[in-house]
Structures are given as structure tokens and as C-alpha cells.
Design a protein around this ligand. Structure first.
Ligand code: FE
Ligand code: FE
Ligand code: ZN
Length: 293
């Protein structure tokens, strides 16, 4: 029996069809799963769930080979729970994350990706403790939503730049049914991990975090060099990681059931995902980006 490989991309949720529109867009790009923000990633304004065509979107996924159980919601990056120097924004982050969990449930989506945040002027250990405390407060034990902490590039004061840091967040929360990890290939490369040595990377991941806690992969090439701490995504095969390496993350036996979500840049105002996914699904490699002029 052939195993299913789950490939999708970031899709935006837009008026008027919202979830249904996103599902149609994913289908048109040959995706069998996808990721979205429930509104603009940089703000907290959200359309009411009633207007998001959720039942129709769920039905569309079911009828069109899109696996809802492999789809992902990305929490907005304005949430920063890794610092509580400003009690208002810390409290805001917690209540917003609680609402995101509720929204995940309404969509029928299990994975909620969260950036661990910026420690700003706090010490690393205090910052991790601050995040752990917030997560424990936010997690709803009766929910089946898993908050997936994303591995970060280490830009500025970002926490979660090493597997050890991510592991201590998970250990602190101590609830693997509600907290897990999203591994971003661009981010770990920019953080200094030699992504091409996949077996070593996965072994290190397993020994620190545990592979059973890995639920989502963000598959991106990087515009910058190993250890740059920049976080600049590139199209697959056009960056410093390279196509051959990225392809290994799609087909590695230890990563098979995990959804791979592309967050690569658009080319000439068009999404490149149909071509990038086509390339990953087939054996061929061609300079598809030239066709985007
Ligand atoms: Fe992210
Ligand atoms: Fe990412
Ligand atoms: Zn990124």
C-alpha cells in the first residue's frame, strides 16, 4: 500500500468564502493539506466564525482529498508569551491564544503553530518559564488541539533557537497531548543546524525533544547562510539548503505521516506552490521559476 505524503502551503483566508475559498485554493494548487492564519498574521482583528463558511469548507475538504486532520492554523505573531514585562500584552496573548484554540476546534483542525516569542530584556530561563506558565494556563485539557512550538532562526531575542530550548518548553508544560513542535527547515538552518545531514538532525531532535512530539514541518529553503539568524525564506531549490536536501524531509521514513507546509515566497505576485509541490511529488527538477514572468 502506498503511503500518503501530505503536502500543502500557507493559504490566506479571504472574503467572501474564507475557509471554503482557502480549501478550493489549496485544491487548485494540488495540495492535500494546508495552513492558514485565522485573520491577518500581524493583528488580532478576526471575522466571526459564522461568516467563515466552515461547514461548507469542511465538506469540500472531505470531498476533495484534503485531510483536515493534517491541516494547520498558525497563531498570529503579535502573540508574545515569552516576556511578561508588560502585563497587559502578556494577558492579551493568553486570551487570544485561548480563542485560537476555540477557533481550531470550530474548523476541526488539531495543529496550532505558535512562535515561542521574544524574551526581550528577560533572561532566557525566566523567559521560558514565562512562556511555560502561559501555556499551562491556556491549554484546555478537554480539547484535542496541540499547540506546536515552532523552531526559530534566533533573530533578535527570539527563543526556541535550539532543540534544547524547545525541549525545555515542552518539559515545562509536561503535556504531550496538548503541546508539540513544528520544525521549520529554514529556521533551523539559519539557527546553525546542518539541515543536509538529515539523519543526524533527526537523531538530535529525537534525543532532545523526542520525534513523537513533531507534528508539523515547515518546508522552506533559505535565502541566507547557515547560522545567519536571519529567517528569510526562499523557494525550494533556489536557496542555500537546496532541493535535494529539502526533498529528503518529504520522504524520510521517520517523517512520513507529518504534514509538510510550504511558506516560500510568491513569484511575480503568484503562488509558486503548485510547481514546488509538483516538483516534490515527481522525480523531476526543473527551473520552474523562469516560467513566472
Ligand atoms: Fe511560523
Ligand atoms: Fe515557519
Ligand atoms: Zn520564518
Amino acid at each position: 500500500m502506498e503511503e500518503i505524503i501530505y503536502l500543502g502551503s500557507h493559504i490566506s483566508l479571504t472574503s467572501p468564502e474564507y475557509f471554503l475559498g482557502a480549501a478550493k485554493e489549496a485544491k487548485s494548487l494540488d495540495e492535500n493539506c494546508f495552513m492558514f492564519y485565522t485573520g491577518a498574521p500581524q493583528n488580532s482583528r478576526r471575522v466571526e466564525l459564522e461568516r467563515m463558511s466552515i461547514p461548507a469548507g469542511r465538506k469540500y475538504c472531505e470531498d476533495n482529498g484534503i485531510f483536515l486532520d493534517k491541516c494547520v492554523i498558525h497563531a498570529p505573531y503579535i502573540i508574545n508569551l515569552a516576556n511578561n514585562e508588560n502585563p497587559d500584552s502578556y494577558a492579551f496573548g493568553k486570551s487570544f491564544l485561548k480563542e485560537e484554540i476555540r477557533r481550531c476546534e470550530a474548523f476541526g483542525i488539531r495543529y496550532l503553530v505558535l512562535h515561542p516569542g521574544s524574551r526581550k530584556e528577560m533572561e532566557l530561563e525566566d523567559s521560558i518559564a514565562c512562556l511555560v506558565l502561559a501555556l499551562k494556563e491556556v491549554i484546555d485539557p478537554s480539547s484535542n488541539v496541540i499547540i506546536c512550538i515552532e523552531t526559530m532562526a534566533g533573530k533578535g531575542k527570539e527563543i526556541g533557537r535550539t532543540f534544547e530550548e524547545v525541549a525545555s518548553i515542552l518539559e515545562g508544560v509536561g503535556d504531550p497531548a496538548h503541546i508539540g513542535v513544528c520544525l521549520d527547515t529554514c529556521h533551523i538552518f539559519d539557527a546553525g543546524y546542518e539541515v543536509e545531514r538529515i539523519d543526524e538532525i533527526l537523531d538530535r531532535f529525537d534525543k532532545t525533544i523526542g520525534l513523537s512530539n513533531l507534528h508539523v514541518i515547515h518546508l522552506n529553503d533559505s535565502k541566507t547562510y547557515l547560522g545567519s539568524h536571519k529567517d528569510r525564506h526562499e523557494n525550494l531549490g533556489y536557496g542555500a539548503i537546496g532541493y535535494e536536501t529539502l526533498r529528503k524531509y518529504v520522504y524520510h521514513p521517520l517523517l512520513k505521516g507529518i504534514p509538510k507546509i510550504l511558506e516560500t515566497p510568491w513569484v511575480n505576485e503568484k503562488p509558486p506552490y503548485k510547481e514546488e509541490i509538483g516538483m516534490l511529488r515527481g522525480e523531476y527538477r526543473e527551473a520552474w521559476r523562469d516560467k513566472f514572468n
